[in-house]
Ligand binder design. Structure first.
Ligand code: AHR
Length: 546
């Protein structure tokens, strides 16, 4: 029996009491088997995408501070945000919505800033608290957005207005973005804004949530509109990637009805789609069992133990949603060319914790949200053969944001640390990984409920294997033996995000309450590797193969 050494996956915040001495006698209570010989698919970097809507403080105050602002900026765009997005290799940003997209006329956001119209924002009349009156100055339009993406190193993904503009406006937006210099009036208008060369926008969403704010369409009606919007759109040799706006969560029948109608006369029309969007927000359903959507969302901070688990379980349901929609896609697209784009996902808590009142749908992100981010990204990796893009909602100042910004203040949330810790997965090959660990029990509204004891994903790039692991137990560290079939581990490093309280979070006053976890290098002897995953933690393990 080879000597077995135990390493602690530990952050600076984790207690020193968690350190274990090397032992050889007792088998670990859990196992993680990384099956390098069972590849799933390459993890699309776009799985680490973002979403920015003209909603509350996302664009104005979050991204756009304005040219001439005292806040450090590049052409009006907040420098700190750009710098942090570069650090996590942000691959793609979806804009301008969300629901806002289906009320937005892209022409309002082009040309000289002073002559752009001011418009009522979509969110003004919604019942979403705190509901400040919002009017859009249109200072941030298509060119500003693409410049923001370019600065961050991300691809732009534009969501077209299907509810309130005709298809002609859509293809003229494509023309504005992509027609070659000097060829069209649209290209000249773009050049007048300093962008002579095409902006090369490939990703185009055709509406948003058409079953709701996107027009109250039936799946059949939306399929007809989708066909019309995507017919003969000028491609300019870019290979446009159209993303159909699909349902939320488990509405598999909506997916089936859309594809049945789309392909009723021509089966080949399925190839119009690069992607099919599915949204899923994790709400804390145990916090209130009312039909009022506000009451069904638990608090962002100060939640109960039950609510801790319930949020994580809600996020975990994404696994089944992906499988369900993928099964339906298989019926129409057996060659599996159409990707799933989970282009809105994240936690949605009860309002009241936003940094400033004007940040509609702003919320504090705690350690609990970080675990949700980790387990969600792991799910996407495990479905790397189908998921081609995912966009956390939203980038800054809204829902499960990676950043909170107000005037000259800027702070990263624990979600940002997870994106940073996980980024080695981007472009790596996802491999099947088997987690065997005792499940964790809790009380759900007086009834026993359970969640898995450990879960995660693994990927390989050359000699590097990245394993990411979530331990959802708020009470119990979990020790697991790590096996990499058919390979020897030469070295190991771990980064673990945890904290002393479950609702620990960063704020302007305490920007490092949940700090970026350091990397702990370990030398691996010639035996099995055992790691201890602290309670309530997300860990990224980097294994270098011999
Ligand atoms: O992200 C907030 C909103 O949630 C989006 O605008 C909409 O698409 C979804 O319902």
């Amino acid at each position: 029996m080879p000597t077995r050494r135990r390493f602690i996956a530990q952050s600076a915040a984790a207690s020193a009491a968690l350190l274990l001495a090397p032992r050889t006698s007792r088998a670990a209570e859990a196992r993680i088997d990384i099956r390098l010989d069972e590849p799933i698919a390459t993890i699309a970097p776009e799985i680490y995408g973002h979403f920015a809507e003209h909603l509350g403080g996302v664009v104005y105050d979050g991204i756009w501070v304005g040219e001439g602002s005292k806040i450090p900026n590049v052409g009006g765009i907040r420098t700190a945000l750009v710098d942090h997005l570069k650090r996590i290799n942000a691959p793609v940003v979806r804009w301008p919505g969300g629901c806002f997209a289906d009320s937005y006329d892209w022409r309002d956001g082009i040309g000289a800033s002073a002559s752009r119209p001011r418009r009522t924002n979509f969110w003004l009349n919604t019942k979403v608290p705190p509901g400040p009156q919002q009017y859009d100055p249109n200072a941030f339009g298509t060119v500003e957005f693409v410049r923001f993406c370019r600065l961050a190193g991300a691809q732009p993904y534009l969501a077209a207005n299907l509810r309130s503009l005709p298809p002609r406006d859509f293809y003229q937006w494509v023309e504005f973005c992509n027609s070659p210099a000097g060829t069209t009036t649209m290209a000249d208008q773009r050049a007048a804004q300093g962008e002579k060369d095409p902006l090369n926008v490939r990703y185009w969403g055709i509406g948003n949530e058409p079953w709701g704010c996107g027009g109250d369409f039936t799946p059949e009606d939306y399929a007809v509109e989708f066909r019309r919007f995507t017919s003969w759109v000028p491609g300019f040799d870019l290979g446009l990637r159209f993303i159909g706006a699909g349902p939320s969560g488990p509405e598999f029948e909506g997916t089936r009805r859309f594809f049945a109608k789309l392909t009723e006369e021509n089966k080949g029309l399925v190839r119009r789609l690069w992607g099919w969007s599915v949204h899923h927000y994790s709400t804390n359903v145990s916090g209130g069992r009312s039909s009022d959507w506000n009451a069904s969302k638990g608090p962002a901070v100060g939640f109960t133990r039950e609510q801790w688990f319930e949020l994580l379980k809600e996020g975990d349901r994404t696994d089944g949603f992906i499988e369900g929609h993928a099964r339906v896609l298989d019926e129409f697209d057996p060659q599996r060319r159409v990707k799933l784009a989970i282009d809105e996902w994240g936690s949605w808590h009860k309002p009241g914790s936003e940094a400033v009142p004007s940040h509609t749908l702003g919320q504090v992100s705690t350690l609990r949200d970080a675990l949700l981010a980790g387990l969600s990204l792991d799910i996407f990796h495990r479905h790397a053969d189908r998921v081609g893009m995912a966009n956390i909602a939203q980038l800054v100042n809204c829902l499960q944001a990676l950043f909170v910004a107000h005037e000259d203040k800027f702070v990263v949330t624990p979600n940002y640390h997870v994106f940073d810790m996980y980024k080695a997965h981007m472009g790596a090959e996802s491999v099947r990984t088997v987690f065997s660990a005792p499940s964790v029990g809790y009380d759900r509204n007086g009834q026993p409920a359970r969640i898995w004891g450990l879960n995660g994903s693994a990927s390989r790039k050359d000699k590097t294997v990245t394993l990411t692991v979530v331990n959802p137990s708020p009470d119990t560290p979990r020790e697991a033996e790590i096996g990499v079939a058919g390979a020897r581990i030469a070295s190991c490093a771990t980064r673990t995000l945890t904290a002393s309280t479950l609702d620990a979070h960063n704020s302007f006053a305490e920007p490092n309450a949940v700090p970026s976890p350091p990397s702990v290098n370990q030398t691996v002897p010639g035996g099995g590797l055992v790691l201890t995953f602290p309670k309530a933690s997300v860990t990224a393990v980097t294994l270098t193969l011999a």
